[in-house]
Design a protein around this ligand. Structure first.
Ligand SMILES: Cc1cc2nc3c(=O)[nH]c(=O)nc-3n(C[C@H](O)[C@H](O)[C@H](O)COP(=O)(O)O)c2cc1C
Length: 376
């Protein structure tokens, strides 16, 4: 055995050093606040990873729950109907009325859940026939049937487990033509606007302006505060929303925020100013924007757009490329109106996704509710 600095060691010394490394790593994690791997019951957990469970539907739902959702609100509920059928419902207690009064993002998030579900099913040896429902609380039914697992099952499951939104560290390098093409092919109805184009500038400046408008809105800020889990205990108890780690506030700043901040802090001018400054820096960085559109704003179109969005995120994860949705421009009427015309895109805008190369794609940290919490 050789150790991590490449020097041969005897067995006892090697074990002692491994212990010291593990301890140091544990201390860093303990200082970093709650992260997904700390919480049992979902794929990717350090303990009690349900991948070993023998109920295939529960395994599939565990992967589905790792989908992206607005403010990590996880607006899904699942009703099991026998061993091979589920109904997906929205959870109205998880709406975001201040920034999403029409439930557009709510439905997009449910679409993202369905895409993870579809891909995990195929990887785990199940065919998932998804039927969207046009109205009522139930948004889709899913009928499962056995099939041969996908040949690339390990890669698919790995991408679902290790995907995350990456907000900082995007390099200012344009995406390669191959990557841009792959993105648009995966996304279906969409356009790619490379860094430095007129549309890139428009999206960057519009996003900064929309963030300025939104951080000034007390209702939006109050709603954001309701979904931030500053305290580790709160994150462990609720397993949803935004944690300091998921907002990429790390190190000493993360410790400070976890110990000092409360919901009231979110309403202060200094918190709003810092939020706007961060969003401004983020909007200026990266390789360009993927703009995802749909035929219209119907529920079926939104579920489909949510699925295509999650598909893009998984493709980017496999490529090691960072993605960051910045949706404020679509949430603020002043910046939303006429945007399709200014960008010259067909259809209805659903996602503005900032995409960029990063030196290292970080591990996922956002928390999730385990399957049993949202399944009846
Ligand atoms: C409809 C929708 C809108 C979103 N809007 C934003 C946004 O404006 N800014 C942002 O940083 N993340 C946005 N997100 C990403 C979520 O915050 C993120 O998926 C969630 O916190 C879970 O983190 P994870 O994807 O890293 O697991 C959005 C996600 C969805 C589905």
């Amino acid at each position: 055995m050789s150790d991590f600095v490449g020097q041969p060691l005897d067995r006892r010394a090697a074990l002692a050093r491994m212990g010291a490394v593990a301890l140091a790593a544990g201390t860093v994690v303990a200082c970093g606040g709650v992260v997904r791997a700390d919480l049992p019951g979902l794929p990717g957990a350090r303990e009690d990873d349900p991948d070993s469970a023998n109920d295939p539907l529960m395994r599939v739902l565990g992967y589905a729950a790792l989908a992206s959702s607005a403010h990590n609100s996880q607006p899904w509920r699942v009703r099991r109907e026998g061993s091979d059928r589920i109904v997906l419902l929205g959870d109205p207690t998880r709406r975001l009325p201040a920034v999403d009064p029409t439930d557009r993002e709510f439905t997009l998030s449910l679409g993202a859940f369905l895409e993870n579900l579809a891909q995990a099913s195929e990887a785990l040896g199940l065919d998932a026939a998804i039927t969207p429902l046009t109205d009522g609380d139930a948004v889709a039914t899913v009928q499962f049937a056995p099939r041969a697992p996908r040949f690339d099952a390990p890669e698919v499951l790995d991408a679902i487990r290790r995907r995350r939104v990456v907000r900082s560290g995007h390099r200012d390098t344009s995406l390669s033509a191959d990557h841009a093409r792959a993105l648009v092919e995966t996304a279906g109805r969409s356009e790619w606007f490379a860094r430095g184009t007129r549309e890139d500038t428009l999206l960057r400046d519009g996003t900064i302006e929309a963030n300025r408008l939104q951080t000034a809105r007390d209702d939006a800020q109050r709603e954001l505060a309701e979904w931030i889990r500053f305290k580790d205990d709160d994150a462990r108890a609720k397993r949803d929303g935004l944690t300091p780690a998921s907002m990429e506030i790390t190190g000493v700043a993360g410790w400070w925020v976890r110990t000092r901040y409360t919901a009231a802090t979110v309403m202060t001018p200094s918190f709003r100013e810092r939020g706007l400054a961060t969003a401004t820096d983020q909007a200026k960085a990266g390789g360009g924007w993927l703009v995802l559109t749909s035929d219209d704003g119907s529920r079926e179109a939104l579920l489909d757009a949510g699925r295509r969005y999650q598909r893009v995120l998984l493709t980017l994860r496999a490529l090691g490329v960072a993605a960051h949705p910045m949706t404020q421009m679509l949430e603020e009427p002043e910046t939303r109106t006429g945007l399709e015309g200014s960008l010259g895109v067909d259809g209805t805008l659903q996602f503005l996704l900032r995409v960029g190369y990063v030196d290292r794609y970080p591990e996922p940290v956002s928390v999730r509710r385990p399957v049993g919490w949202f399944t009846e």
